[in-house]
Design a protein around this ligand. Structure first.
Ligand code: UD1
Ligand code: CA
Length: 459
């Protein structure tokens, strides 16, 4: 069986954070989730995650994932290091297993590279294989030492390296493959006699070499994948690389992204062909965008379903559905629980919350529509307010098909305007409006003739 051990118990000191390092997000998803995903994607049968610092919150977060958690004891006097972390999983390792070790802090590692490593390890009948890459600036990483025949002989940690060793450009990605029986046997031989007083998993390589077990180093060309997150600076670097990766994927599937450097699309988003995305757009969470949509600058869409040919201009949409051929914005806010029908126009500075709006209805300017069910072909004038809150509870307003709500009216919930009901501008409606009626609720106009002159105001 192929199993993976994912190391996520470290303190992440350099992050200077209250949150465990592996729960920090890259493009909207915790770092560790990417690593677990890549491991599962590589068809690894059992995924073991080693947790320690912040372990409870990590376990809680990945509650529903099919992973096995193993706890690494933590505390001022507890042993530390990647080798000690792997030791916590010995009970889970069978003699016949092939064990892949992954770092929980490398979000860019792909399932393809894990598969490549596994294939390389198995095809060459190796006992230990390290995934490596070449870096111009290798500082901070373990360096790969090779013997006279070019075979890997040892990994030297940056902090333990001599000046000469520091010049080595081939680095340890932190991903390895081991024969289960041999790994278990030699984990016992690790010590912490090094610059950091840590048990290094990397020392296994030197030990296997001494014991004459066949070893390999599988070099990958895509250096991006090995970037670990140890600091906030590296977190933003991973974010940048991940963003590029995500944007390229969408472009390769036929989405136009005008300025990929300034477009932020999270990992789980789906976008249809021929949709055009302008700069400053953020698409987050579990969002689906249809085909031929136009998302204009500075739009933010979160956990929403946007159907085909929708145009959104500089607006915010959260947990909502927008049906085909509708337009939203500029500067509209569609709040959670809204369902906007087909060919609807939601215009400037319109806020919609937890409301259903039927096909072909329009609200062009400056309105608040909250807790409402609005029918088809309804016109909602400028400045209309659905008064949904009485200071204690939120109440519903129902507006039938073909109704007309005049500008600057208030619909005080709970209230119903039936089909073809017309509301005169400036009315405050508190009672049901029957089908086909005009409802006027305002003082009738009085014109006082010659008043200005009488007051002596006209010079
Ligand atoms: C490690 C490697 C280094 C490699 C680099 C690649 C060692 C000794 N060094 O260094 O050769 O180039 O990764 O990114 O392995 N962890 C635990 N328990 C611990 C300590 C760490 O679970 O006691 C976890 C961390 O949470 C982290 C991972 O192991 O996810 C790697 O630890 P980290 O301290 O970041 O190792 P590096 O110094 O980056
Ligand atoms: Ca690291």
């Amino acid at each position: 069986m192929d199993i993976s051990i994912i190391l996520a118990a470290g303190q992440g000191t350099r992050m200077k954070s209250k949150l465990p390092k592996v729960l920090h997000k890259v493009c909207g998803k915790p770092i560790l989730e990417y690593v677990i995903g890549a491991s599962k994607g590589a068809k690894i049968d059992k995924n073991i995650v080693i947790v320690g610092h912040g372990g409870d919150s990590i376990k809680e977060h990945f509650d529903s994932q099919p992973v096995v958690f193993k706890e690494q004891p933590v505390g001022a006097n507890a042993p530390y290091g990647t080798g000690f972390a792997v030791m916590q999983a010995v009970d889970e390792i069978g003699d016949e297993d092939t064990v892949v070790i992954l770092c929980g802090d490398t979000p860019l590692m792909t399932e393809d590279s894990i598969k490549t490593l596994l294939d390389y390890h198995k095809k060459n009948n190796l006992y230990g294989t390290v995934l490596t890459t070449l870096l111009d600036d290798a500082s901070g990483y373990g360096r790969i030492k090779r013997d006279g025949n070019g075979n890997i002989s040892k990994i030297v940690e940056d902090k333990d390296a001599t000046d000469l060793e520091k010049e080595i450009k081939e680095i340890n990605s932190g991903v390895y493959c081991f024969n289960g029986k041999i790994l278990k046997m030699f984990l016992k031989r690790l010590d912490n006699n090094n610059a950091q007083n840590e048990y290094y998993i990397t020392d296994i390589i030197g030990i296997l070499k001494e014991e004459d077990y066949s070893l390999g180093a599988c070099l990958i060309e895509n250096q991006d994948e090995i970037h670990g997150v140890n600091s906030r600076e590296q977190l933003s670097f991973s974010e940048k690389l991940m963003k590029e990766r995500i944007n390229k994927t969408h472009m390769s599937k036929g989405v136009t992204i005008i300025d990929p450097d300034n477009t932020y699309i999270e990992e789980d988003v789906n976008i249809g062909r021929d949709t055009i995305i302008y700069p400053g757009t953020h698409i987050e969470g579990n969002t689906r965008i249809g085909e031929d949509c136009i998302l204009r600058g500075n739009t933010r869409i979160l956990d929403s379903d946007i159907k085909n040919r929708v145009e959104i201009k500089s607006s915010v949409i959260e947990n909502s559905t927008i049906e085909e051929d509708s337009t939203v914005g500029p500067n509209a806010h569609i709040r959670p629980g809204s369902h906007i029908g087909k060919c609807v126009k939601i215009g400037n500075f319109v806020e919609v919350k937890n409301s259903y709006i039927g096909d072909n209805s329009k609200s062009g300017h400056l309105a608040y529509i909250g807790d409402a069910k609005v029918g088809k072909n309804v016109n909602i004038g400028c400045g209309v307010i659905f008064v949904n809150y009485n200071g204690k509870e939120k109440l519903q307003t129902i507006v039938g098909d073909n109704a007309f709500i005049g500008s600057n009216s208030n619909l005080v919930a709970p209230v119903k305007v039936n089909d073809w009901g017309y509301i005169a501008a400036g009315s405050t409606i508190t009672k049901e409006v029957e089908e086909g009626s005009l409802s006027v609720e305002r003082a009738s106009q009085t014109n006082i003739k010659g008043w200005v002159e009488k007051k002596g105001l006209k010079k």
